[in-house]
Ligand binder design. Sequence first.
Ligand code: ADP
Ligand code: MG
Ligand code: MG
Length: 250
Amino acid sequence: MLIIENLSAEIDGKQILNGLTLTVEAGEIHAIMGPNGAGKSTLAYVLGGRPGYEVTGGSVTFNGKDLLDMDPHERAAAGMFLGFQYPVEIPGVSNVQFLREALNSQRKARGEEPLSGGEFLKLAKEKAGLLKLDMDMLKRNVNVGFSGGEKKRNEMVQMGILDPQFAVLDETDSGLDIDALRVVGEGINTIMRDPAKGVLLITHYQRLLDVVQPDKVSILAKGRIVETGGPELAHRLEEEGYDAVMKEDA
Ligand code: ADP
Ligand code: MG
Ligand code: MG
């Protein structure tokens, strides 16, 4: 579904991704772990098409199409969702307005009818309930005044409503207490655990992977994938740390 080959990218003239190669099949939840500064968020931004990130080599193919050739909104319409390490606040725009607009623009790009206000609210209620998010929160401005945990839950509601084919989730677990972590993890399972979908789950911690069990685990270090294994690799990293595991396996 997602084939990343020899990808290199820089920001402000500084090379961050260095020949990164990674494949995610349909039905796969692939965890990416790695030291701080390794380039994990950069990978997420490059996949999302964030301005300022310059691809200097390699390719990314999504469902057979050249992802890097698409604008960010085309990537979203093609089924790619990006969850941020630090979700942005949008004063003056309610969650409901924002999500209905986003969903309907994606539907339009796919040649589908837009949802009416009533249809959209029904869908939003269903997804908010699934993630134990108060409907009142959906009426508030996007992320404004939300706690860290509420922002992450809100992001899961966005994902539930947009129902993407592929999600790149960057440290969705950061700043979550144990209960919120379970809710968010189960949200990821409910929305994305599907033979036709794929997930790149960027995380530092085994505790999220206890809830969202990955099919594969890769280590990203110094801008490239240095090792791929099964769930046991995450357990070893948790116990021994990156340096020890990478040295042992080198
Ligand atoms: P990770 O998410 O793995 O912790 P990042 O992708 O956020 O790592 O960052 C990778 C490297 O890129 C870090 O060394 C970081 O300091 C650097 N970096 C990020 N943004 C910029 C920027 N605007 N200019 C220069 N270096 C940057
Ligand atoms: Mg980091
Ligand atoms: Mg990061």
